[in-house]
Write a protein that binds this ligand. Sequence first.
Ligand SMILES: [Zn+2]
Length: 128
Amino acid sequence: MVDHASPTALPIGRGLRGRCPACGEGRLFQGFLSLRPACEHCGLDFGFADAGDGPAVFVILIGGAIVVFAALITEVVYQPPYWLHAALWLPLVLLVTLSPLRLIKGLLIALQYHHKAAEGRLVRRGDV
Ligand SMILES: [Zn+2]
């Protein structure tokens, strides 16, 4: 498949599909969230990839806002019993947190590769 997208759209598409950020062919994940050691197609070492807490933070902020907003609107409009709140919002919490987690992790790793983002290092005067 040939991508004719913009330079930034290319890593975004590869990340969202869970593909290697370099070639777009090899798979990035070997489990739900665990990464392969290297790309099976081009051999890129995925040791650089460290999304950290980024995917979880995005999921918590976006998913939490969706669920809280929906629960507040439901309470104000319908005032259902608490057991119905639990029956509605617990499955929704699982849905809005688990389903986008892999997509966001792939996206952040692809953008990390694209922008050559890495951990900060101290540089001595003589090294520059
Ligand atoms: Zn690759």
